[in-house]
Design a protein around this ligand. Structure first.
Ligand SMILES: [Zn+2]
Length: 346
């Protein structure tokens, strides 16, 4: 692997095909030992000079998290964005731009590729990456880039007329945890896919501000990755269970994703400093055995899947709460990625 320890090549320097292939293969299996300069071939892209002049660009597999199913990348305005890309054809003369999901005729850019990371647009919103060369423009359909509104834009307990409340970090010394920023969600963004099984609408706070737009959502990509890893485990099991009556995808119902601190205080039985406020928790009901009902059996299957995912991905450890008592109409599971293993029953 010594060939991978060479200093980072600037964009425009032709990479020999053999090392490019080696680096892509290494990146695909999650190897991050790229020598002292921490060179990652996929940042910003691995150029595959296949001799053809046609522009062909796509996101690398490692742009989608460990689950390969996360379809949103996060950045603050004007901040660096890690967006692993593979581009084939002649890498000369390439540039990039950001195309708003809601207005595909507009574009932020073009900008030249420089250094390892791309640079996010200055205006919060949802964007697709466009790779440009001359008159050629190729839009990468996934992942979507979410440019967040910085946390500091919240004034008092509100952000742009949407009531959020305050975090402990804003009220007490010694508390530092708060979301880096919020996704700005317009009504027609609710269907935006954030991962294979989840949409933005799954994470919006269910409170009395029904007609207030835009709404704001804190969401952590680690939660999305963890949920998809759990669903992948359950999916395999559900398919096996459902073989007799045909293959189905996992039935999933998100009861609660992001909760503003203001709303969290009003939710019965909620933890005072619930992880839902930080965007790394979700309450989900999953029909894990595919029998059409959500029962205690399903919750135990989900719990088993969470344990397995945490064993394989220690970086995604967190809370697991089983809510199975008669207090709840249907049992559900709280899953979070707080970084510390925690278990409870409600
Ligand atoms: Zn919860």
């Amino acid at each position: 692997m010594s060939q991978l320890s060479t200093p980072r090549r600037r964009f425009g320097a032709a990479l020999p095909t053999w090392s490019t292939v080696a680096m892509i293969a290494a990146a695909a299996v999650g190897v991050v030992q790229f020598g002292p300069s921490r060179l990652s071939a996929a940042k910003p892209f691995a150029a595959i000079d296949d001799g053809s002049s046609a522009l062909s660009a796509g996101a690398s597999l490692n742009a989608f998290g460990s689950s390969r199913e996360v379809m949103l990348r996060f950045a603050l305005p004007n901040a660096p964005v890690e967006f692993p890309l593979e581009v084939s054809g002649d890498p000369a003369g390439l540039s990039y731009g950001w195309v708003p999901v809601r207005d595909t005729l507009a574009m932020d850019g073009p900008r030249a590729f420089a250094g390892e990371d791309l640079v996010a647009p200055s205006v919060p919103g949802f964007y697709r990456l466009a790779v440009l060369r001359g008159a050629d423009r190729q839009i990468i359909p996934q992942p979507t880039l979410a440019v967040m509104v910085p946390f500091a834009a919240k004034v008092g307990s509100s952000l742009n007329g949407y009531r959020i409340g305050t975090y402990l970090a804003e009220r007490f010394r010694g508390h530092t945890d708060h979301p880096a920023g919020f996704l700005e969600v317009q009504e027609n963004d609710l269907g935006l896919r954030v991962s294979r099984h989840l949409t933005l609408g799954d994470f919006v706070t269910h409170d009395a501000q029904v007609d207030v737009w835009p709404k704001y959502v804190a969401l952590n990509p680690r939660l999305l990755d963890k949920l998809e890893l759990v669903l992948a485990r359950i999916g395999g099991r559900a398919r096996l269970a459902a073989q007799a009556n045909g293959e189905q995808d996992v039935a999933l119902d998100v009861h609660s994703g992001f909760r503003t601190p203001l709303h969290n205080r009003a939710v019965r039985w909620s933890a005072r400093d619930s992880r839902h406020q930080y965007g790394d928790a979700a309450d989900v009901a999953i029909d894990a055995n595919g029998d059409g009902l959500v029962t205690l059996t399903d919750e135990l299957l989900v719990a088993q899947a969470v344990d397995q995912v945490e064993a394989e991905h220690p970086e995604l450890v967190g809370g697991l709460g089983l809510y199975v008592s008669r207090r709840y109409r249907t049992p559900y599971v709280h899953i979070d990625a707080r970084g510390k293993r925690t278990r409870w029953k409600g």
